[in-house]
Design a protein around this ligand. Structure first.
Ligand SMILES: [Zn+2]
Length: 276
């Protein structure tokens, strides 16, 4: 009720002391104690008659300033209903748009919102990122914070309890995904979200001599890797000028290094055949 005030009609519905109808509530401006109020008339209609102010003598004696405050409020010529008005618009009418604008202004301006809520991103994805940025993803951790007692395990890596930070930044699955995304998007979107990726250092790096293909040929190099949880393969196609033509990555689930190497080679052949 802080943002509303009453426009006095009959005064039947307005609390004389607690409602805002003549500026700040009278109990406050006249500094009236609560235990005194219960002996006093309660409605604005108790101090007007025939569309004129008529303050009872005992109130006038108790609060000499009351008359001055009250007489600043002009009563309608005809008896009308009391009207509750929204203070922030001249008409006093509260529309859904006004309410939205009023609440929206209370929120801080966030730099990332235009990146998330744009026409190029499906609304469901925007909502997911919005929830992530506000730490509102319904993970096991959030359920536990609300008092649900449950065992928690990340269903992607099966090695850690499920919480937002783990799911999006710490999990080996997420890590692979971020690495792939950064290679595709050249870090531009992640930089906007201030996400930094720290890829693990390769345990051993061996230099090899790579020869480009001749003439109009393309060369494809493939590789695969596996651990005890997952296996992935990938490959890149380059032309005789060593220029990148296209590439691929595939996650093939739990498999051996031999199988994943084979999958990489087969995928490269499939792509070559489809582009022929
Ligand atoms: Zn995980």
């Amino acid at each position: 009720m802080n943002n509303t005030s009453w426009k006095v009609g009959s005064g039947l519905f307005i609390n004389l002391w607690h409602d805002s109808w003549c500026g700040e509530p009278l109990y406050h401006s006249l500094n009236i104690q609560q235990n005194v109020l219960r002996w006093l008339p309660t409605k604005v209609c108790d101090i007007n008659h025939d569309q004129k102010w008529l303050i009872p003598n005992h109130l006038d004696l108790l609060f000499p300033n009351l008359k001055n405050i009250v007489q600043k409020v002009i009563l309608p010529v005809e008896p009308l209903e009391d009207q509750l008005c929204w203070n922030h618009v001249s008409s006093g009418m509260l529309t859904l748009k006004d309410a939205y604008e009023f609440k929206r202004l209370q929120l801080p301006n966030l730099s990332w919102t235009k990146t998330v809520w744009c026409k190029d991103v499906p609304p469901s994805r925007s909502l997911l990122v919005w929830r992530l940025m506000h730490d509102k993803i319904p993970t096991d951790e959030k359920l536990m914070e609300r008092g649900c007692s449950l065992p928690s395990l990340c269903s992607l890596c099966l090695s850690c309890s499920e919480n937002t930070f783990h799911l999006f930044f710490e999990c080996s699955f997420a890590f692979t995904l971020w690495c792939w995304l950064t290679s595709v998007l050249d870090f531009s979107i992640l930089k906007k979200f201030n996400v930094t990726i720290h890829p693990p250092k390769a345990p051993d790096i061996k230099e090899v001599i790579w020869h480009p293909p001749i003439g109009l040929w393309l060369k494809c190099n493939t590789d695969g890797a596996s651990n005890n949880l997952t296996a992935s393969c990938g490959g890149i196609f380059r032309n005789s000028n060593s220029e990148f033509i296209c590439g691929f990555v595939d996650n093939i689930g739990h498999n051996s290094a031999y199988i994943v190497e084979l999958c990489g080679a087969m995928r490269a052949i499939e792509i070559a055949a489809s582009q022929n």
